[in-house]
Design a protein around this ligand. Structure first.
Ligand code: SF4
Ligand code: SF4
Length: 326
């Protein structure tokens, strides 16, 4: 009997949405489950870490890893799965770029701990205690994973073979990616398994854009009701579509919500935030510094808006050191 390929599905610093997206494959998931031997999937099965440690190196055909690397347990498991796997797929925006929790890199680890365990108004901590990585209880030593200094994307910690962005990735791209592995139809390594073009290219609102957009003011979504056929930028609402990879199925746009950039930068672009800012600046209609300042004052939380999903892999985020043994 032919041996089935071994597949591991594992979460690091993740919200669970990526696992949910895999479950949402419905019948396709049943096909996948019958074609592979799932050796690790904490969401669905009770396997132990030691069963992975005992596998020969390179014996797992594919590890699908979602979530970012935020603590020592994430790092240890990422390295273990890398050693045991032929292919590693960074699954979802947190694994590909750091994701929303990557915004924590704008604060230091210490200031986060200070706020969460001391200063936040809802905290009651009269002894000013904070979590310790080692504690002795009844003579036994208990350990907790330690928070790393930064939030890292997966490829800042281990080499990654393929990337599937999305928060979470949509079912059609997940299905294509998994069957491409099973059928040996993968593109060259390091490829992003999603369309190469920007979201604007497939956005239904693009057809209704005027020949030139002049931005004279910025509005937040609650300040204006944008017609469902109109490009958000024509109304001065920030939409990251020009700098964001397509492939999401325009889900947000279809419910009249501008793109937030979860698919990360388009092919060949490293920093989606800088790319968007440059495109946006070319649309701003202002002739004096004062006019520019009035417009930009309404750009609420620019760093959070431009790097909502990609801070760790952005130019800004790379000030955070890549972990040394990648
Ligand atoms: S990419 Fe989105 S859905 Fe997936 S773990 Fe991160 S936050 Fe959750
Ligand atoms: S900027 Fe946004 S709304 Fe406008 S065409 Fe691009 S994706 Fe669509």
């Amino acid at each position: 009997m032919t041996k089935k390929p071994k597949v591991a599905i594992y979460w690091l610093g993740a919200c669970g949405g990526c696992d949910e997206a895999i479950v949402d494959l419905n019948e396709v998931l049943l096909q996948v489950a019958s074609a592979v031997d799932i050796v690790l999937w904490p969401l669905a099965m009770d396997q132990k870490y030691h069963s992975i440690e005992e596998l020969p190196d390179g014996s797992i055909t594919l590890s699908i890893i979602h979530g970012n690397v935020r603590n020592t347990e994430h790092e240890e498991m990422a390295r273990l799965l890398r050693a045991k796997s032929n292919l590693v797929l960074a699954f979802g925006t947190c694994a590909c770029f750091g994701g929303t929790t990557g915004l924590a890199n704008f604060c230091g680890k210490e200031s986060i701990m200070q706020w969460v365990y001391r200063d936040a108004p809802t905290v009651e901590n009269p002894k000013k205690q904070s979590p310790q990585p080692k504690t002795t209880v009844g003579g036994e030593s208990l350990t907790l994973p330690e928070l790393l200094d930064h939030v890292y994307s997966l490829n800042q910690v281990i080499p990654v073979d393929y990337y599937l962005p999305g928060c979470p990735p949509p079912p059609d791209l997940i299905g294509h990616a998994i069957f491409a592995v099973l059928e040996g139809k993968l593109p060259p390594r390091s490829a992003v398994l999603a369309p190469q073009k920007a979201l604007c290219e497939t956005c239904p609102r693009n057809n209704n854009k005027p020949p030139r957009i002049d931005i004279t003011g910025i509005k937040r979504v609650y300040e204006v009701e944008v017609d469902s056929h109109v490009c958000f930028l024509t109304e001065g609402v920030i939409c990251m579509g020009p700098a964001t990879r397509g492939g999401c199925g325009e889900t947000c746009l279809r419910i009249n919500t501008p793109c937030r950039g979860c698919f990360g930068p388009v092919e060949g672009v490293e920093d989606a935030g800088a790319k968007f800012l440059s495109a946006f600046a070319s649309l701003v209609k202002a002739t004096t510094d004062e006019q520019v300042q009035v417009i930009m004052e309404k750009f609420h939380d620019p760093a959070g808006c431009l790097y909502r999903f990609t801070q760790p892999t952005s130019t800004l985020g790379k000030r955070s050191k890549v972990r040394e043994t990648v």
